[in-house]
Design a binder for this molecule. Structure first.
Ligand SMILES: [Zn+2]
Length: 336
């Protein structure tokens, strides 16, 4: 554990309403961003931690309404830090405006690093990520941030994204889980930045802790972490078994597998499901259980071209659409 320096946040004066923010524990307030959607559920949850000296975890999209609401909520207090779990565009972009308005220090995950793939001609961008994110302090696993009398400790939890962090608030045995573990839905794992192998290891990591409650980036809190983690591992293993079964039955492509195992699921969610299947296949290939004819090549360039202009909501289309080349790849169960 390595403590990092304190910042001298300015005292904030704002006139806007504080109605959007609710106190959810003695040390925690929650503000819902106005960006509901299929990936964001009711919107991004930003958390204000501390009293007097405060930090905001996941400031959310660069939406003036949300930024104003956050500033109003911490009016008269000292915003020391803006902390970021990961660089998806529904989590980090408002950090800059809050820093500009208050002098707070931005601390959190590393900036997004585009995957450098020679097969598609160099570095390519995943449009789901916020490229404006510029932390003053990049936190590593175990780093501690002091906010007045309380402190938050960063926990490296790669999987949903390569740079994902959770933040632990020991005083309340609470963990701010970002998009790593949520109560309302399973986490989207979108390769190549997302990795199912890393994700499952990061879930196992949480099983070794004794957190009492999780505050996720979307939706309601997880009040029984051990049960939810067990269910989550079970769900992923069941998905994996279903994929292996489909490969044994003769399916060869992601599209065929999705059509079978997500039959009955809203078709609008099938692109996200295809990403999940791809993530599982990558994990199964790494474990020697599945072969892939040829190479799985992620067409990162497609993500770059589809990069949205609006910052206020995550672009679910670009996040969730697997590349044509990944869809064309042919997979089979390795025998013996
Ligand atoms: Zn995310």
């Amino acid at each position: 554990m390595r403590p990092v320096g304190r910042s001298e946040g300015a005292i904030i004066r704002a006139e806007a309403s504080q109605d959007a923010t609710a106190r959810v524990s003695p040390l925690t307030r929650r503000a819902l961003a106005p960006n509901p959607g299929p990936v964001t559920y009711k919107g991004t949850c930003s958390y204000i931690v501390g009293n007097g000296d405060v930090a905001i975890i996941d400031p959310g999209p660069d939406d003036p309404r949300h930024i104003e609401a956050l500033l109003a909520s911490v009016s008269g207090e000292r915003l020391r830090y803006v902390l970021v779990t990961h660089t998806h565009r529904d989590h980090s972009p408002a950090a800059l405006a809050l820093k500009d308005a208050t002098g707070a220090t931005i601390a959190g995950c590393a900036p997004y690093a585009p995957c450098d793939s020679p097969s598609v001609g160099g570095p390519n961008l995943d449009a789901a990520h916020d490229l404006t994110y510029a932390p003053n302090i990049v936190l590593g696993d175990g780093d501690e941030i002091a906010i007045g009398d309380v402190s938050l400790v960063a926990l490296a939890t790669p999987g949903h994204t390569a740079n994902h962090l959770c933040f632990a608030l020991a005083e309340e045995k609470a963990l701010f889980t970002g998009d790593h573990v949520m109560a309302w839905a399973t986490t989207v794992i979108a390769p190549p930045d997302g990795s199912m192998s890393d994700y499952l290891a990061s879930v196992e990591r949480l099983r070794g802790r004794d957190d009492r409650i999780y505050w996720p980036g979307h939706g309601e809190p997880v009040r029984d972490p051990p049960r939810v983690l067990r269910a989550l591992i079970h769900h992923r293993r069941a998905r994996e078994a279903a994929i292996l079964q489909r490969l044994e039955a003769g399916d060869e492509t992601i599209a065929e597998i999705v059509a079978q195992i997500y039959e009955g699921v809203d078709k609008r969610l099938h692109p996200a499901a295809a990403m999940t299947v791809l993530a599982h296949l990558e994990d199964l290939i790494a474990r020697g259980l599945v072969d892939c004819a040829g190479q799985i090549v992620q067409d990162h360039a497609a993500f770059g071209r589809n990069r949205p202009n609006a910052d206020d909501v995550i672009d679910s289309k670009s996040l969730e659409r697997p590349s044509p080349r990944a869809l064309e790849a042919r997979f089979r169960r390795r025998l013996g």
